[in-house]
Design a protein around this ligand. Sequence first.
Ligand code: SIN
Ligand code: FE2
Length: 217
Amino acid sequence: MTLRLFDETPAPYVAPEVIAPGAMLLRGFALGVDEALLQAVEGVVAAAPLRHLVTPGGYTMSVAMTNCGALGWVSDRSGYRYDAKDPLSGQAWPSMPACFAELALRAAAEAGFDNFRPDACLINRYEPGARLSLHQDKDEGSMDAPIVSVSLGLPAVFLFGGLRRSDCTARYRLQHGDVAVWGGPSRLAYHGVAPLAKGEHARLGAQRINLTFRCAR
Ligand code: SIN
Ligand code: FE2
């Protein structure tokens, strides 16, 4: 048996880890396709650059974001919404790369949600110190489909709570290649990401990339 106590090397996928009803971590699920995903991220970012959005309250988000797919999640002084066009360019968002759609479909099925066909993928880039405060994903047109979230690069602490903001949150360390899926009774669970710790990832350097797949329509 290999002792993994202090070993940060991601281990290959074994089985879902249930964290709440309808919510699962698929540790290492994206490891075989990580390089394809990252090359596809580079293509999306070349066409629709990462940018720091402003919240309706006037704060600039520490996480930089862009999107691909038919719809993209955006925020500005007027609110949060999905938009078919990138407000920076006025053009449609880059189309969803096939490797994104395939991984999201497989991960959702593995978590018990069949036929997941997301029309939106939010790409989040965290640099050390960046965080995402506790929120619900509730701008989507339907709550029937789950959220599929893929972690790449530096590890992060994912906070996962209940249906009320005041519910206590559990902390999960998400590493490169891990996938989180939440739907059904957990679809509106509050979640967030603690400030990213400093570090160097072999492929991505001092950053974490997260892909969040949604059915926004
Ligand atoms: C999100 O809630 O949109 C992102 C979660 C993450 O970065 O893991
Ligand atoms: Fe979210």
